[in-house]
Every structure is written in C-alpha cells, then in structure tokens.
Design a binder for this molecule. Structure first.
Ligand code: GTP
Length: 237
C-alpha cells in the first residue's frame, strides 16, 4: 500500500524523552521512539528527526540562573546532541540505519550539516537525525525542525507531543477544550493558538508545509498518519 507521505520530518520533544523520569533520558522512551520510527522505515518512508533538549537543559530558563541568554541557547543545543546520540544508538540497536548530523561542527561525533548529503542519506533509506538545533542562538528546535523540513523538501512535519492535537484551549487545564481535526495557518494565528513558536510557524506557513500535531506516546500513531488515517490535528494552507 502506498503511504500518504514519502518524506517526513519528525519533531520529538526532549521533555518527552524523560518518560516517567523527572530528568534525563528514559530508556523505555528511546525504545518506544525507535520502534515507531522503524515501522515507518520498513514502509519505505524517508525519515528525518529533530529532537529537542528540554529534558537536559532549557536555554530560556537559564537566564534566571545568571547564565547569559546566548550561552544558555548554546547549552540547549548541546543538550539536543546528547539526546540525538542516545536516539541514534537506540535506533541502531534496533537495526535502523542512521546518520547523525550536527548544526554545530563536532566532527568526532557527528557529520557536519551539508544539505545535499543529508538528502542523499534519506534517499538511501537512512534515518537522518539533525542535532544542535539551527546552530544559532535565539532559535528553538521547532525552528530547526521547520528549517530542515523545508530544506529537505519534506512532505510534512510530524510534531510529536503529549497531547493528541491542537485544542481551543489547554486540554490539561480546561475540560471544555475542543480539539481541531483540521485547521488553517491563518486560523491558528487569528485564534492565538500555540502550535510552534512564531518563527517556526511562519516558516511553515510561507512555504505551505503542513504540520501534524499528534500524541507521540500513543503507540502506532505514526504509522496511522503515514497510512493516511486522521490522527491529531492537521495544520495546512
Ligand atoms: P554514502 O557516501 O552516501 O554511502 O554515505 P556514508 O555516510 O555511508 O559515507 P561516509 O563515508 O561519508 O560515512 C561513513 C560513516 O562515517 C558514516 O557512519 C557517517 O555517519 C560517518 N561520517 C561521515 N562523515 C563524518 C564526520 O564528519 N564526522 C563523523 N563523526 N562521522 C562521519
């Protein structure tokens, strides 16, 4: 069966990598992610991943602890490299071919980012993990996801979260919150909903790159999306 999407960029939050722990990396989550990604690769889907670093270090909060904003952002980028290395290791343990790329040069542990090489890896069926965000401060890993997704001509950004889509208000706080199955970029902005930060969001809007927000903890969601089932919320033009 043909899959709905051929090339996807999967955005994983660093925080969800904590799983049931209060800090760091939960090995069960690494396995959970690996198995879901493997199912996609086996269907012939080209998968690129951007992972956050919030389970280890949050750049923005660093300012409160007396660390300069830019330094904090770089520390956050380092945190994403740690997560990406863990994910690479877990995925390779599950028989998935991967290539780890860093936006900040550290060639002893990761390949430097060369767009055409990254695309070639995808064409060869390797999962490409983009780490170190955009390599620049003042950008989030959501922005890195939006940037790389556009650069590699991904069909969609799959944003894995703890909630199963975009709601009228925060479903964890408001029991009356209603979920959108589909929503336009303009509606997200006019309703003041938060999907990604504005830099990331407008990059997707300007380039008409759809985003699906879905519950990554629900095993099988990724493959359902790939098979064309309606899962989570689809944001598009
Ligand atoms: P193709 O040439 O398309 O087959 O790609 P390839 O990645 O298999 O070839 P290459 O010879 O470039 O890489 C072989 C291995 O070295 C892969 O595991 C790469 O991830 C790794 N590698 C390549 N360049 C670098 C680098 O700059 N730093 C690090 N740490 N590893 C690298």
């Amino acid at each position: 069966m043909a899959t709905k999407y051929k090339r996807v960029l999967l955005k994983l939050s660093g925080e969800s990598l904590m799983g049931s722990k209060s800090y760091g990396i939960d090995p069960d989550m690494l396995q959970h992610y690996s198995h879901q990604v493997k199912a996609l690769v086996e269907r012939g889907v080209e998968v690129a991943i951007v992972i956050g670093g919030g389970n280890i270090f949050r750049g923005l909060q660093a300012a409160d602890s007396g660390i300069e904003r830019v330094t904090g952002d770089y520390m956050g980028m380092m945190a994403t490299v740690i997560n990406a290395m863990a994910l690479q290791s877990a995925m390779e343990g599950n028989g998935i071919y991967t290539r780890l790329i860093s936006a900040i040069e550290m060639k002893e542990i990761a390949e430097p980012y060369i767009r055409r090489k990254a695309i070639r890896h995808l064409e060869k069926g390797r999962v490409v993990i983009f780490s170190a965000g955009t390599g620049s401060p003042y950008f989030t890993t959501d922005s890195a996801a939006a940037l790389r997704a556009n650069e590699i001509n991904a069909d969609v950004i799959l944003k894995g979260t703890r909630v199963d889509g975009i709601y009228t208000s925060d479903p964890e706080k408001d029991p009356a919150a209603k979920k959108f199955d589909d929503i336009s970029f303009a509606q997200v902005i006019s309703l003041g909903l938060s999907v990604m930060d504005m830099t990331a969001f407008t990059l997707c809007q300007e380039n008409n790159l759809p985003i699906i927000v879905f519950d990554i903890n629900d095993h099988g969601n990724l493959i359902r999306i790939i098979d064309g089932e309606k899962v989570g919320t689809l944001v598009q033009g």
